[in-house]
Design a protein around this ligand. Sequence first.
Ligand code: FE
Length: 341
Amino acid sequence: MKTNAIFATALLGFSTLIGSAVRAEEQVLNLYSARHYQTDEALYKEFTHRTGIVIKRIEGKEDELLERLRNEGGNSPADVFLTVDAARLAAAHELALFAPVRSPILEARIPAHLRTSDWFAFSTRARVIVYAKDAVRPDEIRTYNDLAKPSLRGKMCSRSGSHPYNLSLMAAIIAHHGEAAAENWAKGVVANFARPPKGGDTDQILAVASGECAVALANTYYLARLMRSNKPEDRKAMEKITVVWPDQAGYGTHINVSGGGVLKTAPHKEAAIKFLEYLASDQAQRHFADGNNEWPAVVGVKIDNPALSSLGKFKADKLPVGSLAMYRTKAQMIFDRVGYR
Ligand code: FE
């Protein structure tokens, strides 16, 4: 017992020594993050704990951060840019902000369709259809295409067509079915609106639950959040709706990502790659799932999130995330033409 205590004290002294040595030449990583999830705090702390690299975080709205990176140019202190949505990551790529990264760890951990040469997805979310149990028959809605059917006239709620979540879904539809079919689809969807697009995904889910509309699109983490909410009215709303995995007999349900890359002008490139590799670790991957209700990008990571698990298994669209980017501008043009605002 006594020996143990002495040993522990010695060990404590030793690690304090190491601690101050690290502090003397403090390593830092400047992170620009558009992920504004409170639970991410713990994720960053753990990285510092593991590597001694202190994260200096600048948070901002997705498009503001992108603009800031653009303005700062070569003077930017940013090492890593993290954001949500493939279309935004693609925009950063198109602005040539990212540096190519070769990392055997990232290549082994992140599936090929979830990475590009310069940015990586670390978590996924699916864009699903929700409908009111008492307003729609289950066989009426199986695919994204079904949302354009005349039988749903005046029944659909949507957030803005300019929102990246809808633009990325549209990009996937163009990639799979071509521009003409995609435009027809968008026209049909607009014809089905119960009200002009407004609000976020949660607003659409609640509008379906309240009976204002019968169908809507939403990302899965918003559903999981409502399921895990401690407000009884949120859980009650979830009882009124059914979630559909669209296109299970076809390409699979459209998934979007959160992800990031190392900036071309990063002052701390090595630390930046270390950080991306850390985000692909089991622990960080579990954090995305348990803390923010997203699926890990890495295959086989065990998660502990009853809400996510209750959504069940589904077939995800394997379209490479990089190709969503290719059709982003076309998606916006089509939405503009058909009045999906
Ligand atoms: Fe979101």
